[in-house]
Design a protein around this ligand. Sequence first.
Ligand code: TRP
Ligand code: SF4
Length: 404
Amino acid sequence: MSNVDSQRRVLSGMRPTGRLHLGHLHGVLQNWVRLQHEYECFFSIVDWHALTTEYDDVGQIRQHVRDMAIDWLAVGVSPSAATLFIQSQVPEHAELHLLLSMICPLSWLERVPTYKELQERLSHKDLSTYGFLGYPLLQAADILIYRAGLVPVGSDQMAHVEFSREVARRFNHLYGGEVDFEERAQAAIGRLGKKTAKLYSGLRKAWQEQGDGDALETARALLKEQQNLTLGDRERLFGYLEGYSRVLLPEPQALTAKNARMPGLDGQKMSKSHGNVIGLRESPAEVEEKLSRMPTDPARVRRSDPGDPQRCPVWQWHLIYSDAGCQQWVQEGCRSAGIGCLDCKRPLIEAINQELSPIRERALDFEDNPELVRSILAEGAERAREAARETLVEVRQAMGLTYR
Ligand code: TRP
Ligand code: SF4
C-alpha cells in the first residue's frame, strides 16, 4: 500500500515551445513558485507531448527544452524546492502510458474535446496518428505515475484532468481488489469511533444507493479530517465509498489559479501565435519599444481627444501592474485628455522592466552555465524516477506482471 500523501503532491507539465513570456509568468509560473513551498512539486518539460504535434519538425526541441528550463529557473522555480525534469528522461511515464492503454477505451480518447479541436486548428498537419490520439492518456500517465492529487493547470486543461480521473477510477476498479476487503473495510469503520462510523456509513449508503454526490464529498471530507487513521485504513475507506478496495491510483484534481489572465499587447490573450508577447528575457529597450507601439483607445486620434480606458488594452495592464492611485490617475487623465497615451504607458514600462530585471539577470547566469542547467535536470529526473518507480512496482503487481 502506498505511503504517498497524494493531497500534498503536485504535478504539472508544460510543452517546450521555447522562450517564455509574461503570459506564462502571470498565468502559470508565479503560481508554481508559490506552490513549491507548500507542496511536494514535480514540474515536467513534456517533450514527448511536443512530439505528438511536432513529429515532423524535431530540430528545435532541444533548444526549446533548454530555453524553457532556463526561464523556469530564472523566475524562481527552484531545484531545491521542487523537482524539475524532462519527461523523456523518466521513461517510467512511457511504461505507465502503455499499461493504461490496455484499459483505456478508444471512445474516451475520441471524445476528449481538444482532440477534434486541435486537429481542425492544425489541419495543415496530419494528426490522425496514434500518438496524437493518445495525448490525454500520456498526460494521465504523467500525473498518475506520481499519484499527484493536485494539478495546477489553466482552464483549457480541465478536460484532460477529468479524463485522468476517469482513467484512475477505471484502473482502481479493475485492479484495486483485495481479499477480505469487506471485512477489512468494516474493521476500519469500527476504528473510526461510533459517531463518525455511523455518519460515514450513512453517507456511503446515500452515495451508493441514491447517487448523492454531496454525500460522497461530505464523506471524503470526513475521512480527511480523521487524524488517527492509518494510511491503509484511510485508503480502504476512500475506496469503500466507490466500491473498490484500494486506491492504487488516486484521482487528481485540477488546481486552477485565480490569476488574471494576462492580455497581450493587442488586448487578446498573450500567446506566441498571436505575435503579441513580451518575452521574459527581452531588453529594457525592447520592452519600451513594444509598449510605445501598443495600440490604445482608437478614439484618441489626437492628444487632445478624450478616451475611455475600458476600450484600451493598456488599461488592462494597469489593472495588473498599477496601484489604486496610479489607476485613478489613468482614469481621470484619459477621460479628460489630461495625459497622453505615452505618459500613460510610462509607469507600465517602468513596472515591467523592474519585474523583468532580476529574471533577465538570472537567465543570463544560467545561459552562461549550461552544465549547471543540465545537471539540475538530470538530478530532477533521478528524483522523479524514484517516485515513479514506486508507483510502477505496484501497478505491475496489480496487473499481474510479477515474475519473482
Ligand atoms: N497538456 C498540457 C498543456 O498543453 C501539458 C501537460 C502534459 C500537462 N502533461 C501534463 C499539464 C501533466 C499538467 C499535467 O498545457
Ligand atoms: Fe489607453 Fe491610457 Fe491612452 Fe487612455 S490614456 S487611451 S488608457 S493608453
